[in-house]
Ligand binder design. Structure first.
Ligand code: HEC
Length: 110
């Protein structure tokens, strides 16, 4: 292989790698909605132990603050008890995007 071609191939590979990493690191609102419904709503619907929690429960700033603390159930435990750190980032992205003061407030089915 000619040197110039090798350089080109290396650049393309590095670019692709960076793209994959960037995609993986970005939190996904869509996945967050799925995880929230699947893992959090089991306890967070009307009449359940966690009481009703929806994206509207907090403002965008309050959700960000909540997730940066990472504590759950009045500080008794970590949110990582229920989801992986990556999944928690997705749930945060979903809740922040649809918080009470967001451009698209959403209740997530009650
Ligand atoms: C096993 C049941 C259970 C699961 C699963 C659960 N929670 Fe909770 N959650 C609780 C209980 C119990 C409380 C305390 C409710 C109260 O105020 O009496 C709580 C409280 C909360 C609160 C109010 C503030 C606080 O932490 O005290 C928020 C917000 C919350 N949960 C979000 C979540 C999110 C987000 C998930 C999913 C990652 C989740 N919960 C999963 C049971 C659960």
């Amino acid at each position: 292989m000619k040197f110039s071609k090798l350089v080109k191939v290396t650049f393309v590979a590095a670019g692709l790698g960076a793209f994959v990493l960037a995609t993986m690191a970005a939190a996904s609102e869509t996945k967050g909605k799925y995880f929230f419904k699947k893992n959090c709503k089991t306890c967070h619907t009307e009449g359940k132990s966690g009481k009703l929690v929806t994206p509207l429960t907090k403002t965008q700033a309050q959700w960000k603050q909540y997730f940066s603390a990472g504590k759950h159930d009045h500080g008794k435990e970590q949110l990582t008890k229920y989801l992986t750190p990556e999944q928690i980032q997705d749930v945060e992205a979903f809740l922040v995007a649809h918080a009470s003061d967001s451009p698209q407030p959403e209740t997530c089915g009650g």
